[in-house]
Write a protein that binds this ligand. Structure first.
Ligand code: PAF
Length: 282
């Protein structure tokens, strides 16, 4: 595996590899790799000849400095995982190489409407940071395929919109959320949970599942009552709720229409850790 630290070196290496291999698969990450990432990488090998994993904790998408500082940094472990799994290139740039003129002066890319709702309301500027770094990675690497987890549902929807609306010739491939046996969605942020919080965290998905069942079996007109009950259950468990509601899967507008494709989107704090999860209904 090649460890590459700069955009220039990456360009050169890709040119060289492309002499004998054809397609490129990119898995963008912020490191602290877990089973969810590994499943994406294994899947990518079925699609592409050259597998590139980028690890970049993108400061532009953090609207909270403390969150950025606390984000787990596990270079050695990540390097070992990627080496063992047979990735071709680990791209590990530093901030100055990606944003040489600083973040404030950086040209940005934004998917307007979808970036401003749900998570975008709680984390202003977050998705602008995501779409900017993803566009940069797409332009630098020009992959044929790029792989994302479905845990970050809104992010995935926004990236698919970005690809469509900016005519990137890249196929976005997603994988369902990988969970622990107790239902907790794998996330790098789980590492910040205390032992006690790790026992409570699985209730986020348990309550999402209960809500989903109620929505299916009861009258959807009861949506507000069902959601209020679920929120109350989460609060009782010790969560501080940021988002918990039912949305249209394409527009991310609040939805109570049974005929449409809908999704429960949730994000809630346990202490200093913000967990997010979702479940499609219908
Ligand atoms: O989901 C993530 O890890 C990040 O938002 C991503 C897609 C790598 C962009 O920095």
């Amino acid at each position: 595996m090649y460890l590459i630290r700069t955009v220039n070196a990456l360009h050169k290496k890709i040119q060289l590899l492309k002499k004998t291999k054809n397609t490129i698969g990119l898995i963008p990450t912020m490191g602290n790799l877990h089973d969810g990432h590994i499943k994406l990488i294994l899947l990518s090998k079925k699609y592409a000849d050259i597998i590139i994993v980028s690890i970049f904790i993108n400061p532009m998408q953090f609207n909270n400095l403390l969150d950025l500082q606390n984000y787990p940094k596990t270079f050695k472990e990540d390097y070992q995982i990627l080496q063992n799994i047979g990735v071709n290139i680990m791209f590990f740039p530093n901030v100055n190489d990606i944003y040489p003129n600083g973040i404030k002066n950086q040209t940005f890319v934004e998917v307007p409407k979808l970036s401003k709702v749900v998570e975008g309301q709680s984390r202003p500027g977050h998705f602008k940071g995501v779409t900017t770094i993803i566009s940069k990675l797409f332009n630098i690497i020009q992959p044929n395929f790029s792989f994302f987890g479905e845990k970050d549902y809104q992010q995935l929807l926004i990236i698919k919109t970005l690809v469509k609306e900016l005519n990137y010739m890249i196929k976005i491939i997603s994988l369902p959320t990988i969970r622990l046996k107790n239902g907790l969605a794998l996330s790098s942020r789980n590492n910040n949970l205390t032992v006690e919080q790790k026992k409570i965290a699985p209730y986020l998905y348990k309550i999402i599942q209960k809500t989903s069942k109620k929505i299916i079996t009861q009258n959807i007109e009861n949506r507000k009552k069902i959601i209020d009950e679920s929120r109350f259950s989460l609060i009782k468990k010790g969560f501080l709720i940021d988002i918990f509601d039912i949305y249209d899967r394409n527009t991310l507008n609040l939805s109570s229409e049974k005929s449409k494709k809908i999704i429960i989107l949730a994000s809630a704090w346990l202490g200093k850790t913000r967990l997010i999860d979702n479940k499609k209904i219908f």
